[in-house]
Design a protein around this ligand. Sequence first.
Ligand code: HEC
Length: 210
Amino acid sequence: MAEQTHNVNLDEHNEPQSGASQMPVGIVILLILAGYIGCYEVDKNNANFSATVHAPFTEPDEVASLAPSEMELMRSQGRTLYANCQGCHQANGMGTPGKIPPLAGSEWVRGNPETIAAIVLQGLSGQLKVAGKSFGAEAMTPFGPALKDEEIAAVITFVRNEWGNTPDAPLEPKAMIQLITDTRKKVEASGHTGAWTKELLDANEFTTPE
Ligand code: HEC
């Protein structure tokens, strides 16, 4: 039997060992740097990690200044709800000569907000003058049962500030909603049901223009 010879490889690696060995310092520094730059970039683009600020904005104040005000929100809701009125008063608020009075340039719209609230709640009929012209041939339908206080407030706020109208006494959204709630109660307390006339409005302390 021939003797077998073994080739011993002396170039072997070390035997595996248990225990920890240190990560190379260069990699540690690189990771710290990457983390730092990452945080810096996120912060820079996200206003101190604010949940409300996203690109292209960088500051909470900048975002806040662009959000619509309560008044703008109410007017835009009112613009949508004006669909209820548009069939009669028209998109341009001019009504129909001799039949439907205008809301644009109307002293009724400009004037006592309680009176316009009462009109929208219960409707209106009979002789009246709007912007120097006489009306009375048609009646306005009531919206009290169909629209909520916030909705009536919104549509009234819209018509009081649209088509160049400026209210004599402007009301903030919250005050306007409160006014509708109060007017609903005042109308109920008056015991009057059905459409108003100019005389009935005056008799119930809802002042009307001359
Ligand atoms: C069915 C048609 C009709 C609809 C719908 C209607 N109106 Fe009128 N509105 C009239 C008529 C007609 C008059 C005048 C009544 C009269 O001559 O006695 C009037 C009068 C008014 C007046 C007082 C006079 C003036 O022109 O300023 C206001 C304010 C008013 N309406 C607001 C509204 C608002 C707001 C809406 C929607 C929520 C609305 N109207 C929906 C027909 C309508």
